[in-house]
Design a protein around this ligand. Structure first.
Ligand code: 5GP
Length: 211
């Protein structure tokens, strides 16, 4: 198999449980995955810290990163900027780790455009009512923000067919295993194994007796 890691994007409606899935995946398979940490201009939620969930930056700092071409992609989401720093992602891929970007749909499509072999996964709760419950129960956003996030979810639902996989997060552990299998199976795709295939061809050619 080729040594380079796979770039996988995981998107999903706000409240779909992406964060929990990613945390579990990293815990269960230490060293195999690297999770990209995004930069954002939104305020930290209680319990979040700089450099862990996000790099929390000012609008000016974010705009400087855009100018310096330091981001793979960026998007605006419910009034704030969010973007993926380039250096870390490229370094981890080169070291053979599968890198996961947990980003929204606009960013996902931009990444796919720039790097066409990106794997796009969309995570959804089993139904919309469950989504609303999770957002309300999280208790970190006011009603207006929850409403904006639900409106945004409706918009994002229109673009789901552009993803490679659609995964339902009903049972957390099942969902984590499904995400893991999808990404690992991707390593076996013929198009990702040019170098090995070429080697075997060359060796086989050596076995063919000329007449
Ligand atoms: P939250 O504010 O709930 O942490 O994130 C809001 C949305 O922004 C989520 O859908 C999340 O996946 C997305 N997001 C987080 N980081 C990035 C990023 O670097 N780029 C883009 N395009 N979206 C991001």
């Amino acid at each position: 198999m080729d040594k380079k890691g796979i770039l996988a994007v995981v998107s999903g409606f706000s409240g779909a449980g992406k964060g929990t899935i990613m945390k579990q995946l990293l815990e269960e398979y230490p060293g195999r995955y690297a999770l990209s940490i995004s930069a954002t201009t939104r305020n930290p939620r209680p319990g979040e810290s700089h450099g862990k969930e996000y790099f929390f930056v000012s609008k000016e700092e974010f705009e400087r990163m855009i100018e310096e071409n330091a981001l793979i992609e960026y998007a605006r989401y419910v009034g704030n900027y969010y973007g993926t720093p380039k250096e870390y992602v490229m370094g981890q891929l080169n070291e053979g780790r599968d890198v996961i970007l947990e980003i929204e749909i606009q960013g996902a499509l931009k990444v796919k455009e720039a790097y066409p072999d990106t794997l796009l996964l969309f995570v959804s709760p089993p139904n919309a009512g469950e989504l609303k419950n999770r957002l309300v129960n999280r208790g970190t956003e006011d009603t207006a923000t929850i409403d904006s996030r639900l409106a945004r979810a409706w918009q994002e639902a229109q673009g789901v067919e552009q993803y490679d996989y659609f995964v339902i997060n009903d049972d957390l552990e099942e969902c984590v295993q499904q995400v893991h299998s999808i990404i690992q199976n991707e390593h076996a795709r013929a198009a990702r194994n040019h170098a090995v295939i070429e080697n075997i061809r060359t060796e086989l050619k050596g076995f063919v007796k000329g007449d």
